[in-house]
Design a protein around this ligand. Structure first.
Ligand code: BTN
Length: 277
């Protein structure tokens, strides 16, 4: 069968994802043996959660062409125009204690950054915890949602949104200033099927490494993409603000910031903003 269609940068045809092509080339296979495909859905994460709650096995993938209620971190909306991008959720059932849950999201950020690097000429940066930036603009994000009992993680949904063939000229005004896409960064459209295939394979590989070798090696790779080490940042969470110098992540995936008095703070949630100085 021929390669899936790649539209030209100037004129993007609504060409549906060729799921059979993706499945055929996947290889290994803990992840992606079942792919649920939707031309339209409220949110792939919501569907994947429902699957997880009804006992679905690890590795199920949910992908959609369009999300009517795409969700981002911190209760934000995720812009999900049809046929241009990637909206995917992956169900994992890691054998981890809830204390180490952040390692899964950071592992996925490493896999995502490594795949983005295959498709764009510039090295991506990670903005803690898991935004992928190119040239300071956001290209992809991860929303991970989990259910835990007291002693173990029941499941994690890795929800990943990647701007692929999304021209900046087509973005809403307020997004255009802070978002980019593979199309913009590479100067040509990407075959969405190849990107998704590489992403599933990358997460499968990094997930295996996390299980077998532990978090340290992945943490070092995460740090190699970390955008703001040594920079002055402000972290905002509800009405709490912490300002200081970003140092990196610790074993639990917390962002470590050292304030002006030399005190280290572990940040477990929040929005990180670069403070110009
Ligand atoms: C972020 O705020 O950076 C996270 C964005 C995550 C968006 C993806 S798109 C697929 C999945 N389904 C959703 O509703 N959200 C995630």
């Amino acid at each position: 069968m021929s390669e899936p269609v790649v539209s030209s940068a100037q004129h993007i045809e609504p060409s549906p994802l060729d799921i059979a092509w993706i499945t055929r080339g996947l290889g290994a296979n803990r992840l992606g043996t079942t792919i649920h495909y939707f031309p339209e859905i409220s949110s792939t994460n919501s569907y994947a959660r429902a699957r997880a709650e009804s006992g679905a096995s690890e590795g199920e993938v949910v992908v959609a062409e369009y999300q009517s209620q795409g969700r981002g971190r911190m209760g934000r909306r995720w812009e999900s125009p049809p046929f241009a991008n990637l909206y995917v959720s992956i169900l994992l059932r890691p054998k981890l204690s809830p204390a180490h849950l952040a390692q899964i999201t950071l592992m996925a950020a490493v896999a995502l950054a490594e795949v983005v690097e295959e498709f764009v000429p510039e090295k991506p940066a990670i903005k803690w915890p898991n935004d992928i930036l190119i040239g300071g603009k956001k290209l992809a994000g991860i929303l991970s949602e989990a259910a835990c009992s007291a002693e173990r993680v029941e499941y994690v949904i890795l929800g990943i949104g990647v701007n692929l063939n999304y021209a900046c000229s087509a973005m809403p005004e307020e997004l255009r200033r802070r978002a980019t896409s593979v199309l913009e960064a590479a100067g040509r459209p990407v075959q969405r099927e190849s990107f998704l295939q590489r992403l599933i394979q990358g997460i499968e590989r990094c997930y295996g490494e996390l299980e077998q070798a532990g978090f340290d090696a992945l943490a070092a790779r995460w740090e190699s993409y970390f955008a703001w080490r040594g920079r002055r940042v402000r972290v905002e969470l509800l009405d709490q603000v912490t300002t200081g110098t970003a140092r990196g992540i610790d074993r639990d995936g917390a962002l470590v910031i050292v304030d002006d008095g030399g005190i280290a703070h572990r940040i477990l949630a929040g929005d990180v903003i670069l403070v110009e100085n």
